[in-house]
Design a protein around this ligand. Sequence first.
Ligand SMILES: Nc1ncnc2c1ncn2[C@@H]1O[C@H](COP(=O)(O)OP(=O)(O)OP(=O)(O)O)[C@@H](O)[C@H]1O
Ligand SMILES: [Mg+2]
Length: 282
Amino acid sequence: MFTEENKNLIIEALSYIKRFNGKIVVVKYGGAAMIEEHLKKNFAQDIVQLQSLGMLPVIVHGGGPEVSKAMEQLGQKVSFIDGLRVTSSENLKVTEMVLSGTVNKEIIAHINTFGGKAVGVSGKDGHLIEAEKKSHEGGIDLGFVGEIKKVNSELLMVLLTQGFLPVVSPIGLGKDGVTYNINADTTASRIAVSLGAYKIIFMTDIDGVLEKGKLCAQITSNEVEKMVKNKIITGGMTPKVEACLHCVKNGVESAQIINGTEPHSLIAELFTDQGIGTKIVL
Ligand SMILES: Nc1ncnc2c1ncn2[C@@H]1O[C@H](COP(=O)(O)OP(=O)(O)OP(=O)(O)O)[C@@H](O)[C@H]1O
Ligand SMILES: [Mg+2]
């Protein structure tokens, strides 16, 4: 039956479709959210549909669980400091292989199977991500973990204007030719700012930022800083909230963290007034 509620939802969605026409939306697709096959397919289908409605999506993916699994299979040690993967030269080879190879190409395959025109690029392609070694607090050596020096988004613009859908793996290249592993949240935020994106959405494996088990629907930059200091926000959520702040401070209108393990969560966030997850505001 076509209820009043259905009708209102469609009207709501239509106004968003109009608003997003021609707008760049960066989606950080977290490794933690891409575990199950049906979710990967849902995601690919949603992205293709969004593009057909006139939105310009750019995907930046992680792949944490896949990278850790491959490292363990090869007998390598997996270790994180403040949510960042400690990366030896041996770890780096596996990380790049899994991210720019397996994970990236799997996303491309799913999107293109649904009729999209996805193109995989790593930060090395077209000088997209110029990186250098990241120095970490307390002089901790994280190995080949990179910090982004510059994003050159021309390649992405060329792809977008020709109707392609860029899918970026978070690997950067130093001026000295050294390859760096870069946190995917940070990569997504820098790309969003460089492209002048309208919106950035982080899809992860949890409803959003939780405090004492309760979802925070909205948090301000001051609250974020306090929550990181008080260790309410830890691990992989730390670079994510920092990435959101970087975006909202640099012209991206909206930054949202949502649960990518809920089918079609991207659509629920984009096309309803209520939205879902955690919104980070200034
Ligand atoms: N306050 C918090 N609220 C919610 N999650 C938190 C919080 N503090 C830490 N976390 C952790 O952050 C995790 C999400 O980050 P994680 O890096 O694991 O995923 P991802 O970024 O989506 O994946 P990938 O790093 O592979 O791209 C959550 O699963 C949770 O364990
Ligand atoms: Mg992460």
